[in-house]
Design a protein around this ligand. Structure first.
Ligand code: ADP
Length: 740
């Protein structure tokens, strides 16, 4: 547009200029011609010259030349006389053909139709050219300026219009470059603003998502680290284990083995195990299995545990467990191998030691049984015969001696019983009986036995009850008697003045048919020093070794009493003050027997027992020791029984076949055939439906195991030697009365 404008202006300017110049030429030509006609006609060339000079100066004409009719230059101003005159321009040209900015005009000078000459003049166009150039230059400058301005404005406008897009682009580029949380871009109501809002929303969503992902990734990396740590821990644990571990997948290929596995199976350092079949791995082990066949059978039977003997004498225990993943899918089998050689060796040693100890124990028990039997048999003779001798006509001296014999024998028997009891308790072989008994009778009996000793020492011996003592209790009266007897005899032994009393505390309220009953034996004797109190319950200990000589005793009595009380479920305790006396006490829970169907038999003195009239009967006494044969015959005969004798089991069988007896008293240990065998045979011969003959064991074998043996052989009861006559009669008459 600008170019068009400028071009048009230039054209108009040129046209206007041309018009002006042509008009000037048209005006100047006639004026000059008018002024020249006269001088020229007169050939007054000086005037012509003057006119030319004047006109040139006046009208700004480039040159003026007048040529006369003869073609000679009459006058010239601004043009050389000899210079060739230019042709007249046919039309207006800013730059003529001669390349000059000049308008050449030629006019004839005529007078009355006669040509006087020719006027040549040139109008200077330099100003017009300059004006045109200036116009052009200005136009170009303006055009360039406008162009520059337009470019600048358009650039600014473009920048302004696209600044949001640029921000968006930058943000997108930032995202592309890895900055996933770019600064928010401008938002607005226009399209770009909405695009910005959408971009921001997207950016927020992306950043949230990235946050989530980062958290998840962090958690995952923590998890991975934890798992790796756990894995490392597991591996070091497995590596440190003494137990060989082998994990085999379901395809029987080894997945893992630990160092202990390699050690146990002596697998070469470079041999690979993982990835091979386990059978192959076993085959390649550096040591073979000695009991291979049973091992294979155990594998075939899928036994989960097996002990292998290896070629190098080691014993390896093998176990396996099925291993499942969390979803319960089988992962394979975990084999565990443990070198148990040392354990087994120790166990064997232990077993050997235990067997040796048991053999020792058996030998001890055997020794005790033998000793007990061997001592009891003559003791039976001594006590029984002394009893019998005491019943004969004796002078005072003889009967005193015999009473001493009897008392010594009984002391000896006490010691013997103590030692036996103690070893039985020690071996854990003493069992408590649970039978009904009358506690009052028991207490009467004990005080009765010791009343004479107390009277001799001038001491008071009594028993008293507080509360309501039941008529009958269930317990082990023999053991209770033993404990109380022991305490009372000790009290009497260690008391010189005052009293010994048994207190029974029955104040407790019976619950569920059971009642706690406390027993205390109190004396006013020498007492026991505080520092000795703890020891007196230990076996073979005495408070004062000097008392041994003064009072006698083995130091076993309290140890046995304490253990018996323990077996009754209680604790024997003592309160004592030297010089003031002692109290031994304990409490036992007994079951109470409501009714009182069988009065408890009280033992009678021998003479009295024999003197009482009893039903007669035929008794077979099977006994090998002559003194006991004689004793039995004498005691039973005096009681009124008919007695037959058999010296061993064989004779007893013969007698059983030959005669009819009401009862058999059977010794256990006899030559030829012992009492157990004889009993078994008699029981075998008995005809069904006929009366079964009571067989009572009469034996010095005083252990519980002996009682059990007797019962198993078919015997009905048991009397231990040395027996008291009344005890024996009580047992015999239990059966004969029942029979009669
Ligand atoms: P021992 O057969 O020697 O009497 P015990 O085991 O019965 O053995 O008693 C151990 C010791 O306890 C006795 O030697 C005696 O020193 C002491 N002792 C026991 N009972 C009494 C008591 N009632 N008074 C004083 N000392 C006693």
């Amino acid at each position: 547009m600008l170019t068009l404008l400028v071009t048009n202006s230039l054209r108009l300017l040129r046209d206007y200029m041309a018009e002006q110049v042509e008009r000037q030429a048209a005006q100047i030509g006639p004026v000059l011609i008018a002024a020249l006609v006269a001088p020229l006609a007169q050939r007054d060339y000086a005037t012509v010259q003057a006119v030319l000079d004047e006109s040139r100066a006046e009208h700004g004409i480039d040159y003026l030349v007048v040529v006369d009719a003869g073609g000679k230059t009459a006058a010239s101003s601004g043009w050389g006389r000899d210079t060739q005159l230019p042709e007249a321009d046919a039309r207006f040209e800013l730059i003529g053909q001669d390349g000059l900015a000049r308008y050449d005009v030629v006019r004839p000078v005529t007078l009355a139709g006669q040509k006087l000459g020719t006027l040549h003049f040139g109008l200077d166009l330099a100003q017009i050219v300059a004006a045109r150039r200036a116009l052009l230059t200005q136009g170009v400058v303006i055009a360039v300026g406008e162009l520059m301005m337009s470019i600048g404005l358009l650039t600014l406008l473009g920048y302004w219009l696209t600044r949001h897009l640029a921000a968006l682009t930058r943000a997108s580029e930032a995202v592309a470059a890895g900055n996933l949380t770019p600064a928010p871009v401008a938002e607005g109501d226009d399209d770009i603003g909405r695009l910005g809002a959408a971009f921001n929303a997207m950016s927020r969503a992306v950043s949230e998502r990235i946050g989530d992902l980062t958290d998840a990734r962090d958690a995952q990396s923590k998890l991975i680290a934890a798992v790796e740590q756990e894995h490392a821990r597991m591996l070091s644990l497995l590596a440190a284990m003494d137990i060989g571990v082998l994990l085999v997948d379901p395809a029987q290929l080894v997945v893992y083995e630990n160092p202990a596995y390699r050690r146990i199976w002596r697998i070469a350092g470079d041999a690979t195990v993982v990835g091979r079949s386990w059978a192959e791995v076993f085959a390649a082990a550096g040591v073979g299995v000695r009991n291979a066949e049973p091992w294979r059978q155990s594998l075939a039977a899928a036994n989960e545990q097996f002990e292998m003997m290896l070629d190098d004498e080691r014993i390896v225990s093998q176990r396996f467990h099925a291993v499942n993943d969390l979803a319960g899918q089988p992962l394979g089998r975990l084999w565990l191998f443990e070198d148990v050689t040392e354990d087994r060796r120790l166990a064997q040693q232990l077993l050997a030691a235990k067997e040796a100890a048991e053999a020792g124990q058996r030998a001890k028990a055997m020794f005790l049984a033998t000793m007990s039997h061997e001592i009891r048999t003559p003791m039976n003779g001594i006590i029984g015969m002394t009893d019998l001798a005491l019943m004969t006509e004796l002078n005072d001296e003889q009967s005193e001696y015999l009473r001493w014999v009897k008392s010594s024998a009984e002391s000896l028997l006490t010691v013997l019983n103590d030692v036996l009891d103690f070893s039985k308790i020690d071996a854990g072989r003493l069992e408590m009986e649970l039978v009904p008994f009358a506690p009052q009778d028991l207490l009467d009996e004990i005080t009765g036995i010791y009343s004479s000793i107390a009277a001799q020492k001038g001491l008071v011996l009594d028993w008293r009850v507080t509360g309501n003592l039941p008529q009958r209790l269930v317990g082990d009266p023999a053991r209770l008697r033993q404990v109380l007897t022991n305490l009372v005899s000790n009290a009497l032994k260690f008391t010189e003045h005052g009293s010994v009393s048994i207190s029974v505390n029955a104040e407790g309220i019976p619950t569920n048919g059971r009642q706690w009953i406390g027993f205390a034996v109190t004396d006013t004797g020498i007492g026991i020093a505080q520092d000795k109190l703890d020891h007196i319950f230990s076996p073979f200990s005495q408070a004062d070794s000097s008392t041994t000589r003064r009072f006698g005793g083995t130091g076993l009595g309290l140890a046995i009493a304490a253990r018996l009380v323990q077996l009754m479920g209680s604790q024997l305790a003592v309160d004592s003050e030297p010089g003031r006396g002692s109290t031994f006490h304990f409490g036992v829970i007994f079951s109470i027997v409501e009714a009182n169907p069988n009065p408890v038999a009280t033992p009678l003195p021998v003479a009295a027992a024999i003197a009482e009239a009893r039903p007669v009967g035929r008794i077979l006494l099977v006994e090998d020791t002559p003194v006991n044969q004689r004793l039995g015959q004498a005691l039973l005969g005096k009681r009124g029984y008919q007695v037959s004798l058999a010296a061993d089991g064989l004779e007893a069988l013969a007698a059983f076949d030959r005669e009819r007896f009401d009862l058999i008293l059977m010794d256990m240990q006899m030559p030829n055939m012992d009492g157990l065998e004889a009993t078994r045979r008699i029981r075998a011969r008995e005809v069904a439906g006929e009366r079964r003959i009571p067989i009572i064991a009469l034996t010095a074998n005083a252990m519980q195991s002996d009682r059990d043996l007797c019962q198993a052989a078919g015997m009905d009861d048991f009397v231990a030697k040395p027996f008291r006559a009344d005890e024996m009669f009580a047992v015999i008459e239990k059966y004969l009365t029942a029979a009669g």
